[in-house]
Design a protein around this ligand. Structure first.
Ligand code: FMN
Length: 171
């Protein structure tokens, strides 16, 4: 399955996560793209897209994602699978935890993508998040907290990659 991971990062954490996903993924190559210097038009070449986005400034979208935000509404994602990764700080910003992942989710779902990789809320402490499924028992993608739970990240990334491959039948 041709796979690309698009990420935006301000202080480097999401870039590190892109590398971790790439190292753990064993179902073919992943092409990594920093959205600061890649147009989303590239998505047409791929069947599985992983979008990784940190939340900044009280529930806002990271700056490089913000620069291409409107173009998300123009890409055709029908027939494609999309998995999301959101970075945030659950104790510093508990009312806005990984909000940007939820905002990106709503946009890509409108473009016809099949969303895979929902992730349980157990193990996180926060008050509100725009990145929850309707039953509030899952995030719409993998939530990671490099500020407070960095020691759990490798295990979360590995388990989530395995879950996504299982959902797609490519393990
Ligand atoms: C000024 C500032 C504002 C932030 N705002 C939020 C927020 O609203 N919600 C959240 O979940 N995390 C928030 N964070 C935490 C970042 O998302 C987190 O540190 C993330 O790992 C940064 O990723 P990056 O290094 O890829 O940019 C904020 C961090 C800073 C420094």
């Amino acid at each position: 399955m041709k796979t690309a991971l698009f990420y935006g990062t301000t202080t480097g954490n999401t870039g590190d996560i892109a590398d971790k996903v790439n190292s753990h993924w064993d179902a073919g190559e992943i092409d990594l793209f920093d959205v600061a210097d890649t147009s989303l038009n590239r998505v047409t070449d791929y069947e599985l897209l992983i979008f990784a986005i940190p939340t900044w400034d009280y529930g806002e979208v990271q700056e490089d994602w913000l620069d291409i935000w409107d173009s998300v509404d123009e890409i055709d994602l029908s027939g494609k699978s999309v998995a999301l990764i959101g970075l945030g700080d659950q104790f510093g910003y508990p009312e806005w935890f990984v909000d940007a992942m939820g905002m990106l989710h709503d946009k890509v779902a409108k473009q016809g993508a099949e969303i895979v990789g929902h992730w349980p809320v157990e193990g996180y402490e926060f008050e509100e998040s725009k990145a929850l499924t309707a039953d509030k028992k899952h995030f719409v993608g993998l939530a990671l907290d490099e500020d407070w739970q960095r020691e759990q990240t490798d295990e979360r990334v590995n388990n989530w990659c395995d879950q996504v491959k299982l959902e797609l039948g490519i393990f």
